[in-house]
Design a protein around this ligand. Structure first.
Ligand SMILES: [Zn+2]
Length: 344
């Protein structure tokens, strides 16, 4: 089958690889109908150490189940499914708590151990716990939104939950990528009164406005902190959704949260320590977040997607075939594309 293999920073190839197949009796084999390139794929794209075997990339997909192993009870061939970016058994202590990304038997797609979904097909471990079977979903716009439930919409929602967004609260979203924009949707959905998008890319800011952002801060560093204070009566916001993962974005995040507020971080941290330990201590700031248990959120978000109350699929601004995936990486890395959908 054809699949996306990354060999080192900037080196993404589409190659023939051995067909994905069932290995464990709890596996499902899924024919990928849509996948995507994620902002987090850009970290290895920028910095991956050379690998001789390469890594089959991709952790977001929807598709049709081709076949299942002998021990799979609920998922069946022909099901139209969402594949969350993490696989999980659905039965352990953490899965029961709705924290599937800490599943004691789980893991993540698209690494040296488990092949990713930017491919014609993908092997899904622990299919009953991992996959979410959908009804119908043939409509193209709806398909795009359903695809976001595999990562970015669930991740934006997780940032909002971790940042304790609630009706009437003030919110800042740090990062205008797909997750940040889904964070705006999530904040609005949870009843935030003021939503400040922090970004400088015109198209993204415009989309954030359509998703519910009320204010824009395009400055950076200290100037950005000042602007947010001005917009919030001098105190900062109740909730910060940190959707980038750099030291600077985290520094900004803990600088704009008000006393007693919360920062929900979902950008994979590329810093050693959370900045401003003393000021955040003295102002009773909560810092929370991590890899979103998107499997747990599908049930909550799905009705809003199906009934058109939220349209996270609008974050996709480019669709490519599998052979054009390397150019999709380049376009996202150059910030020429916001989010790339892959149609194998
Ligand atoms: Zn589990």
């Amino acid at each position: 089958m054809r699949a996306t293999v990354m060999y080192s920073a900037g080196d993404v190839r589409i190659e023939n690889v051995p067909d994905a197949r069932l290995i464990e009796p709890t596996d499902a084999l899924v024919r990928v109908t849509r996948a995507c390139i994620c902002g987090s794929d850009l970290w290895p794209y920028k910095a991956m150490e050379p690998s001789e075997t390469g890594i089959i990339m991709g952790h977001e997909a929807i598709g049709v189940v081709d076949s299942v192993g002998a021990d799979v009870r609920h998922i069946k061939a022909g099901d139209f499914v969402v594949m969350p970016f993490a696989w999980s058994d659905g039965t352990c202590e953490f899965c029961h708590e709705g924290l599937q990304t800490s599943c004691v038997h789980g893991g993540f797609f698209g690494n040296a151990e488990i092949a990713g979904a930017q491919a014609e097909a993908v092997r899904v471990p622990l299919a009953d716990g991992t996959l979410y079977a959908l009804q119908g979903g043939k409509d193209e716009a709806l398909t795009a939104s359903l695809l976001t439930l595999s990562d970015v919409m669930g991740t934006g929602h997780h940032a909002a939950v971790a940042a304790k967004v609630a009706p009437g609260r003030t919110v800042a979203v740090v990062g205008d990528g797909a997750v940040g924009l889904c964070g705006v949707i999530a904040a609005r959905r949870l009843g935030a009164e003021q939503i400040i998008i922090m970004g400088r890319h015109q198209d993204r800011i415009a989309l954030a406005g359509e998703f519910g952002a009320t204010d824009v801060v395009s400055e950076r560093g200290e100037e950005a902190v000042e602007r947010v204070r001005e917009l919030t009566g001098g105190f900062g916001v109740h909730s910060v959704l940190e959707c980038v993962g750099t030291e600077q974005s985290m520094h900004t995040s803990v600088s704009i949260v008000r006393a007693g507020g919360a920062v929900g971080r979902v950008g994979v941290p590329h810093y050693e320590a959370i900045p401003l330990a003393q000021p955040t201590f003295y102002s009773n700031v909560t810092v929370s977040g991590g890899p979103a248990p998107v499997r747990a959120y599908i049930e909550e978000l799905l009705p809003d997607v199906l009934e058109g109350r939220i349209e996270p699929g609008r974050v996709f601004d480019r669709v490519v075939g599998l052979e054009e995936v390397p150019d999709g990486y380049r376009a996202m890395n150059d910030r020429e594309a916001l989010k790339v959908m892959v149609r194998p």
